[in-house]
Design a protein around this ligand. Structure first.
Ligand code: MTE
Length: 319
């Protein structure tokens, strides 16, 4: 029997942004504070409305992390998503909001640590230094956005976990629950979604755990209640809805690497000069904008991260 398997990684570049979104949104909301954007869009954040962490937001902006471009309108950033647990198309936002159960949410910190920890998400949040940062986000499919994340540096979580000296990597996993996310029944994907960073990357000042977006708790479709944001890497590294951080001395095998390692490697740093095997990475389509813009090496964050790779010359750093 012929089984037709949807191969998400075979998405052609032209399919990355639907024409309706690309042509229909001419106005930028440049410079508008996140709060103002948030109040204009009551329908988008249904899951956020009932969120017990809502009173913590908005958090103080950290002016160090600014943008060279307008903030993407909230409606675009939260209705055009990749979250394969809820489908391999871009319009999963309603499905994710309806199905993703956000509480109770327990986070595990284990592996090579002084003592394994299991902690409720809201208790964890109380112990972390919250701030807002404006980051660019570049998907490997050659679209991009620029958003105000709220959350805390991943370095703060690493310090909280107290890894042992021999730990070299941190492996992060999304929940596994086929009732909540029926797409996890698709056995050709290596669920749960898994990602990894070196300890040096995880403790770099840019590595961020996002718990909020546009001055409110992060909505389900964007990776609630906590997701990674590593803006110098392609978006698939930024794992959503994390339940565990495991410290290890072995390089984790990541979700996309396992599916198609030739196209999606462990490092996945943004580089306009290294094309994806099936499309160019030289430019990107900014959600809501009319023109494509040139992509920058390390997505423009080289001053923070280029030094991390100085001793890794033999590695495929950009795939
Ligand atoms: N995390 C999980 N658990 N599942 C996913 O399908 N998709 C990744 C990443 N994190 C994904 C994920 C990809 S390919 C991208 S580009 C970003 O999430 C998209 O984030 P956004 O929807 O907030 O733009």
């Amino acid at each position: 029997m012929l089984i037709k398997r949807p191969k998400g990684w075979e998405l052609p570049e032209r399919a990355a942004t639907p024409e309706a979104i690309y042509h229909g949104r001419r106005t930028f909301l440049a410079g508008l504070p996140a709060m103002l954007l948030a109040t204009q869009l009551p329908g988008i954040a249904r899951a956020a409305d009932a969120d017990p962490s809502a009173a913590l937001y908005p958090v103080k902006p950290n002016p160090k992390y600014g943008l060279d471009r307008p903030i993407t309108p909230e409606k675009l950033a939260t209705t055009y998503n990749n979250f394969y647990e809820f489908g391999s198309h871009k319009e999963i936002w309603r499905e994710a909001q309806d199905r993703l159960k956000l509480r109770p949410w327990t986070v595990k910190l284990d592996g090579m640590v002084e003592k394994p920890i299991e902690i409720g998400f809201d208790d964890l949040l109380k112990q972390m230094p919250l701030e807002e940062r404006l980051y660019r986000h570049r998907c490997v499919e050659a679209w991009s956005m620029a958003v105000p994340w709220s959350g805390f540096p991943l370095a703060a979580l690493v310090a909280f976990a107290k890894p042992l000296g021999g730990a070299k990597y941190v492996e992060m996993k999304t929940f596994m629950d086929v009732k909540m996310a029926p797409a996890q029944r698709q056995s050709w994907y290596p669920w749960p979604y898994t990602e990894g960073l070196t300890i040096e990357e995880a403790t770099n000042e840019l590595a961020f755990i996002a718990t909020g977006l546009y001055g409110k708790p992060i909505p389900a479709q964007s990776g609630a209640p906590l997701r990674l944001a590593v803006p110098w890497k392609y978006g698939f590294k930024s794992v959503k809805s994390i339940v565990s951080f495991s410290f290890t001395d072995k390089r984790p095998k990541t979700f996309w690497e396992e599916i198609q390692g030739r196209e999606y490697g462990f490092w996945a740093n943004v580089n306009p000069e290294v094309p994806h095997p099936r499309w160019s990475q030289a430019t990107e389509r900014v959600l809501g904008a009319m023109e494509r813009v040139p992509t920058q090496i390390y997505n423009g964050y080289g001053e923070y991260v280029a030094g991390l790779y100085a001793d890794k010359k033999g590695e495929k750093l950009f795939m």
